[in-house]
Write a protein that binds this ligand. Structure first.
Ligand code: SF4
Length: 336
């Protein structure tokens, strides 16, 4: 179906005494009059109800290696059917996907959850990712797809900024097998100034995801001059170690100029310094978006041998036998 107006009644909203509709999906709690649209661009008031405008409206659907999400400890080397929609509840000035996160195309092709599960299977995938834009602003579609995927024996992956309220997260997380969550900085002021968001709900969501038993990996995009201090890296790694556990994979990612930020890309030395610092607290720290030899390999924390070797998106799981390190026998912290 193309070009149709596709509005579905949203979940998680209420009508205030003055008739204004308040959305309760994310911590922005947008208050909207008839015809107004929330900060995410995909939830609007129509006919006295909050509607999900983006239900089934895709910006893209691709098969990616699961490493591209990035997830390094979840079915390494597997293809993952990856869906993107429109909109985001952040406004990061460095967004690398701003053409879809800061836009909404009603003319995009509409898909049903049933079609998505069929397409995933037809393409030979058993994993599906909700990714590219911020999937949680399309909560209803992600939840409905996730239910069908789970019933069909597949696995659901969320790639998210983690800026969502506890109740909707509590409904969705039991359906989610793995997540990659961005922690962009440990500084609230950074989130307010550069992302038009807030840090504390993101940290709460990470803890809620881990408590729900989901496999969780964290990404930190390093931007020179904005979030690249030693103290910042120490704080990030210490928080992950203390709240999520020292075995939580951390992906340190190099920034490239995009959207409204034009400063030069992250130098290799900064990425390596961050890796050194974070590796003191965490067992699995990776370097991405810049080719650093060995920076994407998984090493056994017991004996140091290479468990998984990655060259670009070529993945070789050579050091794991029957779920354990082939050299020292330590159980590998990898879901296969
Ligand atoms: S999900 Fe969208 S409409 Fe709802 S509170 Fe967040 S930004 Fe506003």
């Amino acid at each position: 179906m193309k070009g149709a107006s596709h509005l579905k009644t949203a979940d998680y909203w209420n009508t205030l005494p003055d008739g204004v509709i308040e959305c309760g999906l994310c911590p922005h709690h947008c208050r909207l009059h008839e015809g107004q649209t929330g900060r995410c661009r995909v939830r609007t008031v129509s006919g006295g109800e909050l509607k999900a405008m983006g239900y089934g409206l895709l910006s893209s659907a691709h098969i990616d290696p699961v490493e591209k999400k990035p997830l390094y400890h979840f079915h390494p080397g597997s293809p993952i059917f990856s869906l993107g929609g429109w909109g985001c509840n952040f406004g990061c000035i460095f967004c690398q996907n701003w053409t879809i996160s800061q836009d909404f195309r009603e003319s995009a092709t509409i898909h049903t959850p049933e079609q998505m599960v069929r397409a995933m299977r037809d393409d030979g995938c058993s994993l599906i990712a909700y990714t590219y834009n911020e999937p949680l602003v399309g909560f209803e579609f992600v939840r409905d797809c996730s239910r069908l995927v789970r019933a069909d024996g597949g696995k659901n992956v969320l790639v998210t900024n983690g800026f969502v309220e506890e109740r909707p997260a509590g409904e969705l997380l039991p359906l989610i097998d793995a997540l990659n969550v961005d922690i962009k900085s440990m500084d609230e002021a950074f989130y307010h100034k550069y992302c038009k968001g807030a840090l504390s709900p993101v940290l709460r969501f990470c803890k809620q995801s881990a408590k729900a038993g989901c496999h969780l990996e964290v990404t930190n995009l390093i931007i020179p001059g904005l979030n690249d201090t030693d103290e910042g890296f120490e704080g990030l790694a210490a928080w992950i170690r203390d709240e999520l556990g020292p075995l939580t994979p951390l992906h340190l990612s190099a920034y490239h100029p995009d959207y409204r930020l034009e400063m030069p890309p992250t130098p290799r030395e900064t990425l390596e310094r961050a890796w050194e610092i974070c590796s003191r607290a965490l067992s699995y720290v990776y370097m991405g978006n810049l080719p650093v030899k060995g920076g994407q390999d998984t090493h056994c924390p017991g004996c140091g041998s290479v468990l998984i070797e990655r060259r670009g998106y070529q993945t070789t799981v050579g050091g794991i036998r029957a779920g354990s390190c082939a050299r020292c026998g330590r159980r590998a912290d990898v879901i296969t």
